[in-house]
Design a protein around this ligand. Structure first.
Ligand SMILES: C[S@@+](CC[C@H](N)C(=O)[O-])C[C@H]1O[C@@H](n2cnc3c(N)ncnc32)[C@H](O)[C@@H]1O
Length: 244
């Protein structure tokens, strides 16, 4: 039973620092899909970069946060994921009816090969890929890039970036959330590597937003380690908005 259709007192973000201590629980949103992003992020992006009736693509749809927001905000959405379980969850989460809602099309597929989409057919891309193998989403799905270590992951993200550039209409936007990692005491700036990959694919960088992280499940373990080995806890991700 849905109690709230929209966040209370919502205001569009106006600066390059975004922070949502309460991740958002309106409509069917919840934090159960591991590593899902806050619906405040997709809501802000959709309201700022799209119009009613636009076609939005999320090629790493996961538990369906973007799809729910697109439906509520009367945008049409194509959600792609390699994992049938994610698509099933997404379908369940979007099985509500609301007046004038946008249409949803789910596709079991690979963000690196969106053959079913023609060139320049999408109005906005809004997505949240895995952060290399920081969270591994499946054990045996070959095409799941969350199984790949950093260097291999980055090679595959080149294909994602070229495909995103191909299917996006000219003069439109593509937003990607990406986190960084720490290995052997040093930062691996995964987000900046991914940013450069999208620039190399032809995009220009419109915005670079710092998104503060809250309720990170690993915080307890890392807090102890950070004191023991003297390093800072990573408490933000980067949200890049690219322009084609
Ligand atoms: C960080 S999650 C997305 C979470 C989503 N933003 C949400 O709020 O639920 C990343 C997703 O990418 C999917 N994935 C991994 N490799 C993929 C690929 N090659 N093509 C499409 N999806 C992929 C995983 O199955 C996972 O669901």
């Amino acid at each position: 039973m849905i109690k709230k259709w929209a966040p209370e007192n919502f205001e569009l973000e106006t600066t390059t620092i975004w922070s949502f201590p309460n991740r958002g629980n309106w409509a069917t949103h919840d934090g159960k899909y591991r590593g899902n992003w806050s619906p405040y992020i997709s809501r802000n992006l959709l309201l700022r970069y799209t119009n009613i009736g636009d076609l939005v693509l999320d090629p790493f749809i996961g538990g369906g946060t973007t799809a729910i927001e697109a439906k509520l905000l009367q945008r049409n959405c194509i959600g792609v994921d390699v994992n049938p379980k994610s698509l099933e969850l997404c379908k369940q989460k979007c099985a509500f009816s609301c007046p004038n809602s946008g249409k949803l099309c789910l596709h079991l597929g690979d963000a690196r090969r969106l053959d079913f989409l023609s060139d320049e057919s999408v109005d906005f891309i809004c997505t949240h890929p895995p952060y290399a193998d920081m969270i591994i989403y499946s054990k045996d799905i070959q095409a799941d890039i969350s199984r790949l270590p950093v260097q291999e992951f980055l090679k595959e993200m080149e294909k994602v970036a070229y495909e995103a550039f191909r299917v996006l209409k000219n003069n439109k936007f593509c937003a990607i959330l990406m986190g960084d990692m720490r290995k052997k005491g040093h930062i691996i700036p995964l987000s900046f590597y991914v940013m450069q990959i999208f620039i190399n694919a032809g995009f220009s960088l419109k915005e670079m937003i710092i998104k503060e992280q809250h309720n990170c499940k690993a915080t307890g373990f890392w807090r102890t380690r950070s004191m023991q080995y003297n390093f800072l806890l990573i408490a933000h991700e980067h949200l890049f908005v690219f322009h084609k």
